[in-house]
Structure formats: structure tokens, C-alpha cells
Design a protein. Structure first.
Length: 165
């Protein structure tokens, strides 16, 4: 199974491609942090997000897209921008005819660390133990995308994704 995992964002979004072959550990094939330029118009920032997702999907040919669901408690303006970025991502997933799997922050934390109240540092440390990561500087957004991908692959292994249905 190969999954395009995304931690949605408007200023920055994490993107990762993970693969799980039968009898093997999960492998990270790609990760990046896509950043949109603040001087661009809102529409062009969304276009940049969609274009980045399209490039990764076209290059790596994933079998599914996994996304973190939105969770905001305060800033409505940020929530709306991230929701619109998610819309651009969902359009690209639909264009590529990929099934979409969404996970809450709680589901991701439980899947990666076994504890739903883990902080970012704990999630990052566990990711480094679960999967081989090529050495490079990564933003939190990348680690979050990797965590989403690991959650998706674990859900597939557990039979809760229904990829082929």
C-alpha cells in the first residue's frame, strides 16, 4: 500500500508519501513542507497547494490520500483558510480518483504513540522509532504528515480503511 499523507495548512502544509509492502516495515518515500508565499493572492496560494499535491500524486502514484481532520478552537480566519486549502487538496485527490481517509488528531496520536494526549515532541520521537527517516531538517508539518501516513497504514493493516471498497 502506498499513501499520500497530508497535514493540511494554508501557510505551510506537510506532505509525505509512505509505503508498506507485505511483510516489511513502513517506508518513507518522500516528505516535504509546502509553503505558500504571503505576497500571493489567496486564490494563487490555494493553486500552489493544489499544484504541489498534484505533482506528488502524479510522481508517486499513491493508492489513497490520508488527511488530518480540522481541529480549531479559536482563530476562525485561520480555520477558514485551512478549510479552503483542504478543499484544494480534496479536489486533487478526486482528480486522481484516490480514496480519501481522514483521521482526527486523537486517532493519529493513539496510532503513533498509543496515547491520545501526546504532545508534538512525543509524536516526533515515536515517528523516529517507527520508521527510518533520511537525515534532513524537517518542519513539524512534515512530521505530522508522516504521522497521518503511519495512521493510515496501521488502519489498513487493521482492516478499518476499506481501500478496495
Amino acid at each position: 500500500m502506498r499513501v499520500l499523507a497530508i497535514d493540511p495548512g494554508y501557510n505551510r502544509l506537510g506532505v509525505a508519501v509512505l509505503e508498506k509492502l507485505p511483510g516489511q516495515k513502513e517506508m518513507l518515500l518522500y516528505s516535504a513542507c509546502v509553503q505558500t508565499a504571503k505576497e500571493l493572492s489567496h486564490a494563487n496560494r490555494l493553486l500552489n497547494i493544489a499544484t504541489a499535491i498534484r505533482k506528488v500524486a502524479d510522481e508517486f502514484k499513491p493508492e489513497a490520500v490520508a488527511l488530518e481532520t480540522l481541529f480549531f478552537t479559536t482563530n476562525r480566519k485561520t480555520a477558514i483558510s485551512v478549510a479552503e486549502a483542504r478543499g484544494a487538496i480534496l479536489v486533487e485527490a478526486a482528480r486522481a480518483q484516490l480514496p480519501i481517509h481522514e483521521y482526527t488528531p486523537l486517532q493519529i496520536k493513539v496510532a503513533v504513540t498509543g496515547y491520545g494526549k501526546s504532545d508534538k515532541r512525543q509524536v516526533t520521537q515515536m515517528i523516529k522509532k517507527l520508521i527510518a527517516l533520511p537525515e534532513k531538517k524537517r518542519f513539524d508539518d512534515e512530521y505530522d504528515a508522516i504521522a497521518v501516513g503511519l495512521t493510515c497504514l496501521a488502519s489498513e493493516r487493521a482492516g478499518t480503511n476499506n481501500w478496495n471498497k
